[in-house]
Design a protein around this ligand. Sequence first.
Ligand code: NDP
Length: 456
Amino acid sequence: MVDPVLKSRQAPYDTEAFIGELKQRYAHQPMFVQAVEEFLETIIPFVNAHPKYLGKGLLERMVEPDRIIRFRISWLDSQGRVRVNRGYRVQFNNAIGPYKGGLRFHPGLSEDVVKFLAFEQVFKNSLTTLPMGGAKGGADIDPKELNDIDIMLFCQAYMNELFHYVGPDFDVPAGDIGVSQREIGYLYGQYKKLTHLHVGVLTGKGMEFGGSMIRPEATGYGCVYFAKEVLAYHRMELKGKRCLVSGAGNVALHTAEKLIEEGALVVSVSDSKGTAYMPNGMRMEELQWLKRHKFDRKCSLEEFAERYGFIYLEGEQPWGIKADYAFPCATQHEINAHTAKMMVRNGVRLVVEGANMPVTLDASKVFQQSGVIYVPGKASNAGGVAISGLEMTQNSMRMSWTREEVDGYLRKIMKRIHERCVEFGVDKDGRVDYVKGANIGGFIKVADAMLAQGVI
Ligand code: NDP
């Protein structure tokens, strides 16, 4: 006779009950709940159809982080003032490799945001096919308010605590919003000072001390390589198409750069203050000027628009502009259901996420129900972490590959991720559900590794 307790444990998951319980437990963490809900809606039917994943508490374990590290950062700024910030590192899952994921310095950073980013990272990293677990971290600081000396002092204070929890074979952070090569350099310097080790404990480093070619460009370029795969699969064109890009940071400007290189018309870039609208598209030399000045924090988008005779939309997002394709590359929840409906009316037929979760769950449903091809960041923005993975490889081998070699790997990896999305996301009518494809494609490797390693 089958043990009734065992039998009940092997029963299929009930999507509504599982998500309901999660929503209750984490009512104070809506971003995390959205990320998990979007995942489970496609994963539970898959798991229920594959009994090897049942009866082992797999999903219950998968939605809980291995650990959440929270710490105080007390530091003295260049004016001699005592400052206090909150630091985080969420190590979510290391079933397939060392924890890997960026650090974000942003005043609005909360445990909720870090947790959702770390959860997404687990499956994104799995999709790259490289051996990397998922993590994310950061601090609630606004780097835009700090001068260069204060940035260095803050990074040193942050690493004084973080170094206890990271290591080249354990947890390897990288950059994200507010953390670029400059911050990674200061963080790396302090790690080296504290440990006496010159190892690949961070990625996104400068080329002089172990960085990889193409790492700064990788997320944006990868996003466009992915979009090209999607378009080729659906027999659609990129050349000459009007593309909305939001953001004016690392991901946005490299997405714009590759789009222009591919002959698309980039009609917008934006930041937290407004949007620069280029009705006939932006030329490469205009983008290069913006890259130089924006990355050095020396110009605003308003100045950029004024310099080249573009239209500046103060306090506005780009989503009201007529376009063919959209690349949200700024931050989470940039597009809600209302905005999504407006974009559909304006003719947008493809949305490729460069940022993490820029589209709310309701908005993603608007796109899917309207026949807009919607690609979640888990798949399309995985190029950055993929090249971070290759930076780790190069560091371990104590060698560096050429720009062409790394770009070649990036193209191959994005193509492979697309194939995986098609494999698990194609519907009866031949359309690809990229949410389903990316979720299942990312899930399988993590799930199989967790099963093989037992209940730990
Ligand atoms: P950056 O800090 O380089 O740029 C962020 C951009 O987004 C800035 O232009 C910023 O404007 C804008 N922005 C930030 N918050 C808001 C807001 N609330 N409203 C409007 N605009 C806003 O960050 P990244 O380019 O590195 O990251 C962008 C997104 O891509 C994030 O979601 C990140 O998690 C994701 N991502 C990044 C990867 C990477 O390799 N860097 C890898 C994968 C995903 P302002 O300067 O005015 O604040």
